[in-house]
Write a protein that binds this ligand. Structure first.
Ligand code: ADP
Length: 271
């Protein structure tokens, strides 16, 4: 899997640089540099949670009987959280390869946006436990024509990021309304926001604003996956900063489903 990702990245560089007729030695050096940077980054992302799991498991098995109930629970929670983090990381890598190999074909249908927002929130509830989540969905939102499974993953990634990049305890808002024949959904946080020069690049594969900041585990893949999924469904996604205060805004638009029940009622068969 890792090799496939690296090869894809190398191929992409090759295509661009060949078009510009760059010399081969430079190209090989650049490919090699990318390959090793990628390996370092991915190994780090795998090893950080693994080290926590190993540490906590070793304490539990070695000193478990000597620890009180609260300490044992704490260690067990660490193991669970870090294993979940590993799981998300691997899911991200898989999603990315599926996207790039064309294996993702959205199965769209009429979906109630409030329902997908609800199920995505349910999935991130534990991750966002330290935050206040505010939901503000306009009344009478129409159905949207999307793949509910892919879209839930998109919301999950955005909410997970809001939790990661905004301070603990700060509010995270999800709001949605109808606009120009589409449904707009926004995820807002109160973190530092995104430097203006990076608002487009953060959707690139492996791009992270603070590449050196390894405190927050991440792959730089989450937003690339979001964009791939959303565009495959005929939607749009953009990043920006809040005007009212510091914080990021991720804004999605989704196509409305044709023949929405609320606005275009079926003829009453009894008439
Ligand atoms: P990851 O979170 O794994 O690094 P993503 O593709 O999800 O990868 O995000 C890419 C980069 O965009 C992040 O590294 C971070 O620098 C920036 N970013 C994403 N979401 C936010 C946010 N809510 N606030 C500030 N920066 C963000």
């Amino acid at each position: 899997l890792l090799d496939a990702l690296i090869d894809q990245a190398a191929l992409a560089i090759e295509r661009v640089t060949l078009a510009e007729d760059v010399d081969r030695a430079k190209l090989a050096a650049e490919t090699e540099r990318l390959r090793s940077a990628l390996l370092t980054s991915i190994s780090h992302d795998l090893r950080t949670p693994l080290a926590s799991i190993l540490g906590s498991a070793t304490s539990l098995s070695g000193y478990g009987p000597m620890l009180d109930e609260a300490a044992r629970r704490e260690l067990a929670m660490t193991i669970q959280e870090e294993a979940e983090r590993l799981n998300r990381f691997i899911a991200n890598l898989l999603d990315m390869t599926r996207l790039e190999s064309g294996a993702i074909r959205p199965r769209t249908g009429a979906v109630d946006p409030a329902e997908v927002v609800g199920s995505a929130l349910e999935r991130v509830r534990r991750i966002l436990a330290g935050h206040r989540v505010e939901i503000d969905l306009a009344a009478g939102l129409p159905m949207v024509e999307i793949d509910a499974v892919l879209f839930e993953q998109v919301l999950f990634n955005l909410l997970d990021n809001a939790g990661k990049y905004a301070p603990d305890g700060s509010p995270i808002t999800v709001r949605a309304w109808r606009e120009d024949g589409r449904v707009r959904i926004e995820v807002l946080d109160e973190g530092d926001g995104i430097p203006p020069e990076d608002v487009d690049r953060i959707f690139d594969k492996f791009y992270r604003v603070h590449a050196q900041d390894r405190q927050r585990a991440g792959t730089g893949l989450g937003l690339a996956i979001c964009r791939g999924f959303v565009e495959a469904m005929g939607g749009t996604i953009a990043a920006g900063n809040r005007r009212d205060r510091s914080g990021a805004v991720f804004s999605l638009t989704l196509p409305e489903a044709a023949g929405m029940p609320g606005l275009d009622p079926e003829p009453d068969p009894g008439l």
